[in-house]
Ligand binder design. Structure first.
Ligand code: NDP
Ligand code: HSE
Length: 436
């Protein structure tokens, strides 16, 4: 059988890794796919990229549209990134009847509904495993491996750069900017690294996980997004004293009212496996009603770990190319006409426990005023620490751990605490999840 012909768009970190792994493992991959897979052409702005990545025979063009319009190409691998050009190229490839594999979670989270509808109409596959949690086959696991289950919740460390930064800061006391620079040098970070540190990249990934888990359309605009830039060394220390670790988590959960879809720093008990996932590693916990908890772990970013997921998608596409399009695995796990209209909840309606750090004057009655407000909002306090003021200072940190409460009620309580004469700054809040 003739080999399947691939065109790669973008030969950067992931594109270079993909071309190299396809070349190095060509024989093993062909034994799995049932056909050879050859990279016919790659598009990159730098015509010397082939040489730089050790593949000097690779044909390179600067015109990506030439690749998506080349009649000899069966599968286009989009690894340029971004929303605009990538979207145009992917839609053009689909229009030309080509299957698409991409690692571009931003593109899928924002434009996936339109892209999948076009792909469906043309009978082609758009595969995106590499976009979520790097080398971990999490889409495959949720979409296929757990298809018997009603998924109850997913919680994951799904940004390698953010986890790398938090780990290096906590374990080695390194400065934020210094670690971020290293993550960029290692090829982990997004082209715009604010996507990593402000939680936007994790929100893209969580939006996709949520759709695949619950069979709802992609709704990135409804994903609550908070990054790691607000985490302070004091909070890391207090969390540790209380038996917790702070991780940046993406959480999606089915509740009676709707679906929680949120990304933010989260305190989790140190005893959980996921609390010990460090560096660029990612981990995703998926809870299904039949299977119970399952945990997936692996490199969340980097050239060859991501290439591993890209190529697994290519192999899947090759195996499915000759199958009837209506019998293929649906893009978002559920049949397109079976996507549900379950609402994604606003943050006021989510329920979680909280860590609060209140800076207050060191005088009698302060704690009573705070606990009175909590009582009036029906918020139960689980643990409490009051630090001695530093010598000469008249302000103290009061740390509270609460039981689970509706976020809207917590917001009301926080506003009331901040309005007290005795509080000296905004209350710091970190959501706490037991993940049990
Ligand atoms: P890079 O910036 O390393 O690579 C992008 C490549 O595309 C560069 O070589 C760039 O060339 C090339 N390029 C840019 N514009 C054009 C164009 N108009 N025509 C042809 N080529 C072009 O990015 P990554 O490899 O890191 O990321 C690629 C995608 O994979 C992104 O969507 C990213 O989110 C995703 N991803 C990345 C992971 C990682 O670990 N890095 C992991 C998982 C997903 P030049 O450099 O010359 O501008
Ligand atoms: N910038 C992303 C991360 C790449 O660090 O997780 C993998 O998606």
């Amino acid at each position: 059988m003739n080999p399947v012909k691939i065109g790669i768009l973008g030969l950067g970190t992931v594109g270079g890794g993909t071309a190299n792994v396809l070349h190095r493992n060509a024989e093993e991959i062909a034994r799995r796919a049932g056909r050879g897979i050859t990279v016919e052409v790659a598009a990159d702005l730098n015509l010397d990229r082939g040489k730089e990545i050790g593949l000097s025979d690779l044909r390179i063009t600067q015109d990506a549209f030439e690749v998506v319009s080349d009649p000899s190409i069966d599968i286009v691998i989009e690894l340029i990134g971004g929303y605009t050009l990538a979207k145009e190229l992917v839609l053009k490839a689909i229009e030309n009847g080509k299957h698409v594999v991409t690692a571009n979670k931003a593109l899928i989270a924002l434009h996936g509904n339109e892209i999948f509808a076009n792909a469906q109409e043309k009978g082609v596959i758009v595969a995106f495993e590499a976009g979520i949690a790097g080398g971990i086959p999490i889409i495959k696991a949720v979409r296929e491996g757990l298809s018997a289950n009603q998924i109850e919740w997913i919680a994951g460390i799904i940004n390698g750069t953010g986890n790398f930064i938090l780990t290096e800061m906590r374990e080695k006391g390194r400065a934020f900017d210094d670690v971020l620079q290293e993550a960029q040098d290692l090829g982990y970070a997004e082209a715009d690294p604010t996507f990593d540190v402000e939680g936007i990249d994790a929100a893209h990934k969580l939006t996709i996980l949520s759709s695949v888990a619950f069979g709802i359309p992609l709704q990135f605009d409804k994903t609550y997004t908070e990054g790691i830039t607000t985490i302070t060394p004091e909070d890391v220390e207090y969390a540790d004293e209380l038996g917790y670790t702070i991780k940046h988590l993406g959480i999606t959960r089915r509740t009676e009212k709707g679906i929680e879809q949120r990304v933010h720093p989260t305190m989790i008990p140190k005893t959980r496996l996921i609390a010990n996932v460090n560096g660029v590693m990612n981990a995703v916990l998926v809870h299904g009603d039949a299977v119970g908890p399952t945990l997936y772990y692996g490199a969340g970013a980097g050239d060859e770990p991501t290439a591993s997921a890209v190529i697994a998608d290519v192999v899947d596409v090759v195996r499915a190319m000759t199958s009837d399009p209506s019998n293929r695995v649906p893009h978002l796990a559920f049949q397109p006409d079976q996507l549900a209209d379950i609402p994604v909840l606003g943050m006021d309606d989510i329920t979680t426990a909280y860590y609060l750090r209140v800076c207050a004057l060191d005088q009698p009655g302060v704690l009573a005023s705070i606990t009175k407000i909590m009582g009036e909002s029906n918020i139960s306090i689980e643990a409490f620490i009051q630090k001695e003021p530093e010598t000469g200072a008249n302000e103290v940190d009061i740390i509270l751990l609460t039981q689970r409460v509706r976020e809207g009620d917590m917001n009301t309580a926080i506003q009331a605490i901040e309005a007290l004469d005795v509080t000296c700054s905004a209350v710091t809040r970190i959501r706490v999840e037991a993940l049990s």
